[in-house]
Design a protein around this ligand. Sequence first.
Ligand code: NAG
Ligand code: NAG
Ligand code: NAG
Ligand code: NAG
Ligand code: NAG
Ligand code: NAG
Ligand code: NAG
Length: 392
Amino acid sequence: MARHRGDKEDGLDRHMGLLKLVQILSFLVVFVAGIILGLATSSHINQYFTSQARLFFTNNIASTTITGGNCTILRPCKRIDCFGMDTFLHPKNLTHSMNDEELFWRASLMPTKKGYPFDRLPKVAFMFLTRGPLPMLPLWERFFRGHEKYFSIYIHTPQDYVLNVSRDSPFYRRQIPSQNVEWGTVSLVDAEKRLLANALLDFSNERFVLLSESCIPIYNFPIVYKYLIHSEYSFVESYDDPSRYGRGRYNRKMLPDIKLFQWRKGSQWFEIQRALAVHIVSDTKYYSVFKKYCKPACYPDEHYIPTYLNMFHGSLNANRTVTWVDWSLGGPHPATYNGINVTESLIQSVRNNGTECSYNSAMTSVCYLFARKFHPSALESLLNLTSTVMEF
Ligand SMILES: *[C@@H]1O[C@H](CO)[C@@H](O)[C@H](O)[C@H]1NC(C)=O
Ligand SMILES: *[C@@H]1O[C@H](CO)[C@@H](O)[C@H](O)[C@H]1NC(C)=O
Ligand SMILES: *[C@@H]1O[C@H](CO)[C@@H](O)[C@H](O)[C@H]1NC(C)=O
Ligand SMILES: *[C@@H]1O[C@H](CO)[C@@H](O)[C@H](O)[C@H]1NC(C)=O
Ligand SMILES: *[C@@H]1O[C@H](CO)[C@@H](O)[C@H](O)[C@H]1NC(C)=O
Ligand SMILES: *[C@@H]1O[C@H](CO)[C@@H](O)[C@H](O)[C@H]1NC(C)=O
Ligand SMILES: *[C@@H]1O[C@H](CO)[C@@H](O)[C@H](O)[C@H]1NC(C)=O
């Protein structure tokens, strides 16, 4: 019995010896291969650096006359601004070749260092999600006139649509790379995220308003700007609707990620602060659940952001919208106001109908800053009311 075991152990010893030898040999092979590989790469890197340095140096010589003769690669006579702060902070040109995945990743980058190494005047990003034309353009141009330092405009259109505006308009060249949108599908959320992401690339943007082509401003720019910039909260409508148009659109397949009690509904037309915009473009997990399980009669644009914010960032949300809309006619679509309907008293009642709402820790009669839906035929009447009613 014992002998038998001894034999076995001898065999095992020999076997172990052989294993060790193989191990050492393979280690040596890997080691030598590593050295060879290392040498090869470092010579590549050297070559790369020399060629970069040469490029840099030649550029340098070409672009400056060297004085004094103390120029080195480390201390060049004239610095070439390859990573300019200005274009990094405020991209001038909205055209880029990033796809959504690349764009959302870039937009999700957040500084961790406190303060800014530049004077940061916080701006409001006005993001227009359109089917193409902007019928209210003259009204908005009048609204923005004279306040250029305080806002940026972003326009999402159908993919191949070219918006024709004059060079001196604040809307000139503000179209972002867009894709076609199918109303009622998750592609609408994609377009919202695309607007947010493009706007996030400008580090001065602090508040982000989503608007449609049928939206109008009902206060002047200084009031709108102060209201948004000084708000502690974002304005995303988010409520629990127990009916079939609310909870009825929840899908149990969303479990365990999203539970019924977390499910919320709200208007698509949101206004959010920078931190929330970053969270929204960064989310993949919950977005994917909506993409998979929220299909008509579930509409992602009415549920995704309200639900997501309720789950994780409810404390930053005022849970109400600043975009007024008239549902009083009933049915699936809100009322559209045309030229005949637009009167001074209509706009006055939208600005203040006697109801108050909370703003930071106080109450205010200013509950809405924007209103929808306005038909193109309402433009002339609205332009007639700007100086007397809207005060711009
Ligand atoms: C070049 O470097 C020397 C020594 O560091 C210094 O004395 C001299 O002022 C420098 N010349 C220029 C033009 O910077
Ligand atoms: C900006 O984008 C346009 C395309 O719309 C392009 O033709 C132009 O060269 C770009 N301008 C700059 C300064 O990059
Ligand atoms: C753009 O608008 C201007 C003036 O409104 C007009 O003259 C021009 O033909 C338009 N261009 C296009 C491509 O529609
Ligand atoms: C909005 O709702 C959230 C719950 O999602 C709540 O925590 C928050 O206090 C509400 N905001 C305000 C201003 O009441
Ligand atoms: C607009 O006016 C027309 C004609 O008076 C009326 O039929 C319609 O209901 C009005 N629309 C709204 C939204 O008030
Ligand atoms: C004022 O507007 C709010 C919100 O649209 C509405 O709930 C309320 O009933 C209106 N009040 C009056 C007096 O019309
Ligand atoms: C707008 O004002 C002008 C000049 O006061 C007037 O002629 C025109 O009829 C008004 N248009 C509307 C739609 O109220």
